[in-house]
Write a protein that binds this ligand. Structure first.
Ligand SMILES: [Zn+2]
Ligand SMILES: [Zn+2]
Length: 269
């Protein structure tokens, strides 16, 4: 049982880490830079950890830039306020993502470019053969270690890990939670200590300050991925962009301060 639990939690955590760190904060927003070698390394582990549900960084970046530009309005690829239910939203998101990834759909010029591309790995990661092979691997772990058939009910989550995380963040993050900042969309913060989706559920904070690599704004909010980013910046694996923002929640004047000195602070500490 402990092997299965560890496998589930480990797959969940590693998959959400590459999604929020590499696909979201790096590919889509360029909050930090890294050498070509490190980019390849993180691209590779994104494939490895997302496995059967690997998301192409370019397709993800284009889709996500559309989401910020049109958040909860016409043109938002996945607003929960535009669809009658979660499944409908996810299906439409999948169609748009696939079109942007394969080039059958085009996005606006301003959303294009500046995203990691590794054609060979992306082709391998997107092939049915690879996706099914990962699925078989996950199943074999359960066949070997699951003490009861009921544990097999968790397998579909392994198969669809990337989209499951996307569904939770895109649906709950614009529907259930509290707001720190006034934004033109309906984004909310769903969890104060977001160890479930690595900080992704601070949607309200993130939409207000899309270039802040720390998604937490108040002293009691915790974005675990920010800690990893700080360590990687300290190790000089990544370098924070000079354009990054710092969120400061200031209830007195309700006007959060924007500070661009964090790049120096984080790399020097
Ligand atoms: Zn959002
Ligand atoms: Zn974003």
């Amino acid at each position: 049982m402990y092997v299965i639990l560890a496998f589930f939690v480990g797959h969940w955590a590693l998959s959400i880490f590459v999604q929020t760190f590499f696909l979201h904060r790096y590919s889509a927003h360029k909050m930090f830079t890294m050498s070509r070698g490190w980019e390849r390394f993180f691209h590779f582990i994104t494939w490895l950890f997302q496995g059967s549900s690997y998301l192409n960084p370019t397709g993800y970046a284009y889709l996500h830039r559309e989401h910020h530009a049109y958040s909860d309005g016409d043109g938002d690829p996945h607003s929960p306020h535009m669809y009658p239910n979660l499944m409908r939203m996810m299906w439409k998101t999948k169609e748009r993502y696939q079109g942007l990834t394969t080039g059958t759909l085009e996005t606006e010029k301003r959303f294009q470019g500046d995203a990691p591309s590794w054609p060979l790995l992306d082709r391998i990661g997107d092939s049915y053969l690879t996706r099914v092979a990962f699925g078989v691997l996950y199943t074999l772990v359960y066949v070997r270690f699951a003490p009861h058939w009921a544990w097999f009910l968790l397998l579909p989550i392994h198969y669809l890990m990337g989209p499951v995380h996307g569904a939770i963040v895109n649906w709950c993050g614009h529907k259930y939670g509290y707001r720190n900042f006034n934004t033109s969309d309906r984004s909310v913060n769903s969890l104060a200590f977001d160890f479930v989706t690595g900080g992704e559920l601070f949607q309200n904070n993130h939409h207000k300050f899309p270039m802040a690599p720390n998604f937490a704004a108040r002293w009691w909010e915790i974005d675990p991925t920010w800690s990893v980013i700080r360590v990687l910046a300290w190790m000089r694996v990544i370098k924070l962009s000079p354009h990054v923002q710092v969120m400061r929640y200031q209830p007195k004047d309700a006007r959060p301060k924007v500070d661009t000195t964090i790049a120096d602070d984080a790399t020097a500490s």
